[in-house]
Ligand binder design. Structure first.
Ligand SMILES: Nc1ncnc2c1ncn2[C@@H]1O[C@H](COP(=O)(O)OP(=O)(O)O)[C@@H](O)[C@H]1O
Ligand SMILES: [Mg+2]
Length: 294
């Protein structure tokens, strides 16, 4: 890992190396000799099994925060290396930390909370009154919703081979840690689809992958809910869908078909702008059929 500021992506993603703990911290007997702290794996909710073999479950593993990947409206994403010191057992993780402050988009919360039963009324009051406890709970629910969506779609991806999402490693409160999509040696994140310059053949291939992924989602009766060229990464020629906290159950939700239509519109518009002829209407018809909505 090179030091100092480095380009992460071709726009706003810059790599900022943190100072790291000072020498006095290093003398704390509870801290490991290297890294920022022990791996938080033990106290976390774990991702689906079978686990990829790169997932570090060892007690001796340490975490090192390498910098911020992206700061967003609702969450900040950090790059974390988890490794067993003096071995080649290394994994690179993206830690998505949901904000519990006032900067988040509460309109998403309103729709989301409607459909959800929160039994303990103290918690319901806290959420509707937006106390700091309530805000943290809402942030935790978003993290949990995304963890659940990634878990589901990871398994769908294993069975179908046609949709890829980052493997969800663990969840603790408002922090979701997942597979880092990018170069594990340099720490450079994969580009988002929006930033990719593809020739006509590559463009056609990416569209085929997108149509396949949408088809698999439809057959699983879900819509991404916020699909766009910004929430799609391209890693080694393959599409990887990210940012899934608002995944929609298209059967339970009366607007399910509209969510599918919006996802299709958002991505097909990008391909059309790039000069590829795509038939979005035909794809939508097929997806609605596959989802059992027509
Ligand atoms: N698993 C990941 N691997 C690499 N980069 C990621 C990963 N997840 C998110 N990112 C980066 O962080 C950005 C924001 O993540 P996203 O999940 O879209 O959150 P939001 O849009 O709500 O801020 C992404 O556009 C991408 O650049
Ligand atoms: Mg996003």
């Amino acid at each position: 890992m090179r030091r100092g500021r480095r380009k992460f992506d071709d726009d706003d993603l810059t790599f900022q190396k943190r100072g790291g703990p000072g020498p006095q911290l290093k003398e704390d007997p509870d801290l490991p000799d290297t890294g920022d702290g022990w791996s938080t794996w033990d106290g976390a909710l774990h991702g689906p099994v079978p686990r990829p073999d790169w997932v570090r479950t060892e007690h001796a593993a340490v975490d090192t925060e390498l910098g911020m990947l992206k700061t967003g409206k609702e969450a900040d994403v950090y790059l974390v290396r988890r490794e067993v010191p003096d071995t080649d057992k290394v994994s690179m993780l993206a830690a998505k930390r949901y904000r519990d402050g006032d900067h988040r988009l509460f309109h998403r919360d309103a729709g989301y909370l409607e459909g959800r039963r929160v039994r303990r009324s103290r918690e319901m009051r806290a959420m509707t009154n937006r106390t700091s406890f309530g805000k943290e709970m809402i942030a935790g629910q978003w993290a949990m919703a995304e963890f659940g969506a990634l878990t589901h779609l990871w398994q769908v991806g294993l069975e179908s081979g046609l949709v890829r999402v980052p493997y969800p490693v663990q969840l603790i409160g408002t922090e979701l840690m997942m597979e880092f999509i990018g170069d594990w040696e340099t720490g450079e994140a994969a580009p988002r689809l929006a930033q990719v310059r593809a020739d006509p053949d590559q463009l056609a291939d990416l569209w085929r992958q997108m149509a396949d992924a949408l088809s698999v989602l439809a057959r699983a009766q879900v819509a991404h809910g916020d699909l766009s060229p910004y929430n799609t990464m391209v890693h080694e020629g393959r599409l990887v869908l990210i940012d899934l906290p608002q995944i929609v159950d298209v059967v339970a939700n009366p607007q399910g078909g509209d969510f599918i239509a919006r996802d299709v519109r958002n991505v097909s518009a990008w391909f059309t702008q790039r000069g590829l002829k795509v038939d979005a209407d035909e794809l939508l018809e097929r997806l609605l059929y596959e989802a059992g909505l027509k």
